[in-house]
Design a protein around this ligand. Sequence first.
Ligand code: PLP
Length: 373
Amino acid sequence: MQFIDLKTQYLRLKDEIDAGIRDVLDHTAFIMGDKVAALEERLGAFCGAKHAISCSSGTDALLMPLMAWGIGPGDAVFVPTFSFFATAEVVGLVGATPIFVDISPDTYNMDPEALRAAIQRVRAQGVLKLRAVIPVDLFGHSADYDALTPLAREHGLLLLEDAAQAFGATYHGKRVGSFGDAAATSFFPAKPLGCYGDGGAVFTDDDQTAALLRSIRVHGQGTDKYDNERLGINGRLDAMQAVVLLAKLGVFEEEIARRNEVAQAYDQQLSGAVVTPTVREGCMSTWAQYSVLCRDSAHRERVRAALQSKGIPSMVYYAIPLHMQKAFAALGGRRGQCPVAEDASDRILSLPMHAYLRDNEIQQIADAVLSAG
Ligand SMILES: *Cc1c(COP(=O)(O)O)cnc(C)c1O
């Protein structure tokens, strides 16, 4: 069994993807070009953002807005401590300081009250300039923007939405990617909307930010890439990835619906035995991960072993909260600083999740989880 089945999906879309890739080979326009422009148009319309700027990865999609906003040394950027490393890595890459914020126990997303406390703490210390916050839509479930956005506004923080795991999800009727001053997503193959390599996109309604992002994406270009107005990166998307993403967008909503069916089937089988994921009122998840909480780390080990004995893969996202990662050791993070995230790290477990999971496979997985006692 696969944790994420990319092969079945490819076979379904094979004719369209193969023909599109052949077309790219025939025309030898490998980077950017018409197909990337068509993709950007589709992505922006899909999530309701004025500008969609494709790029080379989700990490670059987070990095480029920080560069566009001139965030750097002496600046504080608030991030949830329970996320993929890239969310905080980009803050360090521009020379700014990540401030790690604890999460809400039900959605694993940034806790607005913990953000408020962190803002007050940094403000009271008076060393760093408060510049931005990067809420993450973890596991496909959007962060709580009704609480986070006013808090960001009140303290003059730019809000960068990390929607790398949640493209397609909705929050109170709006698609993720449309929150904040800019939003970033990833098309890494394992994400809900993935390509066949690395890729990402930034979304914004702000014309000035969009113009800066387009420049930064190509080495800070001015009139062309040999006229360099600022430092940028090589952040472009290639045409073959656009072909793959355009084909997948055709079945994306149907896949999201099936992922939600899979999640409901898991919920029914597993509630009581483990803590099943919460979907908040007015939210629709894309289920990048279906993550349950075991009773403790020993129970998690038994569940993993039971799954493994049946050939079923499982993953731990995330075993080490960001404030305890070695790369950030100089910031003095310690156990006890973000207790909700630390507790989740000890007992969380993600089960296979994709749109092509069959009912009998869900049953086998659930039976194995339940057999661990
Ligand atoms: C995957 C991911 C990223 C980085 O995306 P890449 O395309 O792998 O660079 C950033 N943030 C989160 C929350 C992610 O899950």
